[in-house]
Design a protein around this ligand. Structure first.
Ligand code: SF4
Length: 441
């Protein structure tokens, strides 16, 4: 019989030095400690007051490292990416983790697993059917699902018990959304109370979807049209005439907070128009489940966008939802902003490679370096981006600005003590970044 664990193995101190060596950045610490800016003369860097790794991702990374130490000889597997950042997943591959699905899958399958194997579940959780299948294999399970995601599961299960259909504002194919809706219609063998009754669910991607749902509530959309519009976003056997009588709204934890509130308001007003204020209050339950880390990073970026920036680089995995939303925030303000996965995207001052949400792929951009001097460049990062990746970008920008990296301290306007600290940092970071880039090829 396999085991199931959600908490630390008590090896936190043992794995901490290795994690810091790989993922921390003294350069980024320095920037944090100096009002989130670095004045390099020809380029001024500004970072938001909240960026990079969140508590949920830090915990997942730590548990994955502890698991390696706890079972040094066992075969280790992940169901999919542990978080949406390539640097983190490559690191776990280097520790010996193999992937059962997703971008890093290497052919390992469920039916090859047995009680001697260890499977780590990702920070955004897995669907209940997969969890059940893993339990049947008798493997040792280590669950890194973030508490903020589990809070949404709790809410969704409450909706189901109360006979409300869960309406999730999220990306229908995102692992977190799939894991969450599965808690509405299936039992989770590792949650304390049984679900009791299966609930219906649907996924609303954006404001257009919310308006389409509102049109149905208003009687301006027939059942078949509704099913066709929301194909792939409905629970099996979904009957809109029945299942939309009472709804409970929640959202993927990493959505744009402002959009989530708009979705809620569109739906609430649709029910008010149909049933009146009093009855609508009984038919529509609301919950804002954007996580605190996502909210903090969006708020901090909004504050940074009030400053006169020439350009924003957002560092994070291309499939990281919270990262893409940071880029959207900047674009909404008309700022030139590029979503890059890391330093390897920064070619030279003429070209870079970045994620294009419209094209759904990586594309080149030309003449991206700001014409103004000094250039004011913002750097933001999603909740799964380690500081080390941000530090590499800072160093590359310095190089592109024509600064000899070892001379950086004299180009800053910091105190002599800070300069000395930064001098050490830059030397170490620079050699680390080079070594890291070489080893990841
Ligand atoms: S982004 Fe939010 S929900 Fe996701 S792991 Fe971080 S804290 Fe948890």
């Amino acid at each position: 019989m396999g085991s199931f664990r959600r908490t630390s193995f008590g090896l936190k101190q043992a794995v901490r030095p290795e994690i810091e060596k790989v993922f921390a950045s003294r350069l980024v610490d320095h920037i944090r400690e100096h009002d989130f800016g670095l004045d390099l003369g020809p380029v001024q860097l500004r970072l938001p007051r909240s960026f990079g790794l969140c508590h949920g991702v830090e915990r997942a990374i730590q548990l994955a490292h502890e698991t390696r130490l706890r079972w040094p000889e066992a075969r280790l597997f992940l169901t999919d990416e542990i978080v949406h950042n390539p640097a983190v997943n490559r690191r776990l591959q280097a520790l010996g983790y193999r992937y059962l699905g997703g971008r890093y899958a290497d052919g390992a399958t469920l039916d090859q697993l047995g009680p001697a194997d260890v499977v780590v579940l990702p920070a955004f959780g897995v669907e209940t059917t997969l969890l059940e299948a893993l339990r049947e294999r008798g493997v040792q399970l280590v669950d890194t699902t973030c508490g903020e995601v589990m809070a949404v599961w709790k809410r969704v299960r409450e909706y189901a018990r109360e006979g409300c259909t869960t309406v999730i504002h999220g990306a229908p194919r995102h692992q977190e959304t799939r894991a969450t809706v599965s808690r509405a219609d299936h039992d989770d063998p590792f949650l304390p109370q049984p679900l009791g009754r299966a609930g219906a669910w649907m996924v609303v991607r954006d404001l257009d979807d919310a308006k389409a749902l509102a049109r149905f509530v208003a009687g301006r959309f027939d059942d078949d049209g509704f099913r066709a519009y929301f194909d792939g976003c409905l629970s099996p056997g979904f009957d809109p005439a029945v299942d939309l009588q009472r709804i409970g709204i929640a959202n993927q934890t990493t959505m744009l907070a402002r959009e989530t509130l708009q979705v809620q308001e569109i739906l609430r007003l649709a029910y008010v128009a149909r049933y009146g204020e009093l009855e609508a209050a009984a038919r529509v339950r609301l919950a804002d489940t954007v996580c605190s880390a996502t909210q903090d990073r969006q708020d901090a970026l909004r504050e940074l966008l009030d400053e006169p920036l020439d350009l924003l680089l957002v560092v994070g995995g291309y499939n990281s939802a919270n990262t893409t939303h940071l880029v959207e925030l900047a674009h909404a303000q008309g700022l030139a902003a590029f979503h890059i996965e890391g330093v390897e995207c920064l070619g030279d001052r003429r070209t870079l490679r970045h994620w294009d949400a419209q094209a759904r792929g990586e594309v080149p951009a030309q003449d991206w370096w700001p014409a103004r001097s000094p250039a004011r460049i913002g750097i933001a990062a999603g909740a799964s981006t380690p500081d080390a990746r941000i530090g590499e970008v800072v160093l590359r920008l310095a190089e592109l600005a024509g600064i000899v990296v070892q001379d950086l301290p004299s180009a800053t306007a910091r105190t002599a003590a800070s300069h000395e600290a930064l001098r050490l940092t830059i030397r170490e970071e620079h050699s680390w970044a080079r070594a890291s880039r070489t080893s990841s090829r």
